[in-house]
Design a binder for this molecule. Sequence first.
Ligand code: NAI
Length: 334
Amino acid sequence: MTHAITLIPGDGIGPEVTAAVTRILRAAGVAVDWDEHPAGVTALERTGQTLPLELLESIRRNRVALKGPVATPVGGGFTSVNVGLRKALDLYSNLRPVRNLPGVRSRFEGVDLVIVRENTEDLYAGLEHEVVPGVVESLKIITERASSRIARFAFDHARRHRRRQVTAIHKANIMKQSDGLFLECCRTVAGEFPEIAYDERIVDAACMQLVMDPARFDVLVMPNLYGDIVSDLCAGLVGGLGVVGSANLGAEAAVFEAVHGTAPDIAGKNAANPTALLLAAMMMLQHIDERAAADRVMAALTRVLADPRARTRDLGGVSSTREFTDAICAALGA
Ligand code: NAI
């Protein structure tokens, strides 16, 4: 069966890592009809828009997309394409499994946790204004609907993947109403899943515990901003941004991407590590019921990572993006 999937090469290292991953999927025998669309700076130059309508229509039609990172200017400039995409397609859940990869040296062993981040509201609603000169207000939006929905997603995920515990991350000691509502929703949903343990942690204490003893955590659910920060912290526990993939999931569509950004410092240098996007692509293969292909790719990746020199430079190896990709394709027998 040939799958129709939207491909967003993205900015910076995006085109290099997406090219590597599409090659590897072909080598794994997955038949994909890629529907390629630009986004971000690349799209702005070509179409005058950062999030072209054709791209959104393509994802709505195909219901699945593989996405390279997209640049967002700091301070002024256009609003985030990632936030816009998640809102436009109501991709309300950001799922980031964080676990040790065989052969990748990291500060901890035995890390196997899942971050579930609410993706559509909180301070990322982008509602900011200057009240009077020198005073800016940024609105944090927390709703019962979005909080209950993400809590249910986290518990459902825990049940389907036989996980033992869900921890809600919050700052309800300070933001008593907004984070308080988030917690209230998590507690109500927890009642529907009696077989899964539920607990709560204040975000700052959770960060300390994560860097002391990450193995004590299982599934973590949290509002948007804490999710953004805590998931990068967790990537650092297992070897960095180059080795964690993610899925943005909604009722109508799913967009799979790496956790890292456009890496402007190494863009165009054939030095990017495509592993994070490859891990996201493996989540995508499971989503489209190509489980055997996902297993083949994981076995090939594991075999290549076992040779320290075959790794890319961010993981202490000497391989370029292309050499690393060649090695995985060879391990797949292509
Ligand atoms: P970044 O993740 O692009 O880079 C941080 C550091 O990690 C850099 O030194 C970079 O070289 C390295 N790095 C990242 N990915 C790598 C890979 N695959 N292989 C080897 N090294 C890698 O973060 P930064 O610099 O904060 O953001 C750059 C741009 O990316 C910004 O415009 C930001 O808005 C955007 N961004 C986009 C995301 C997305 O589209 N999902 C996510 C995060 C950032």
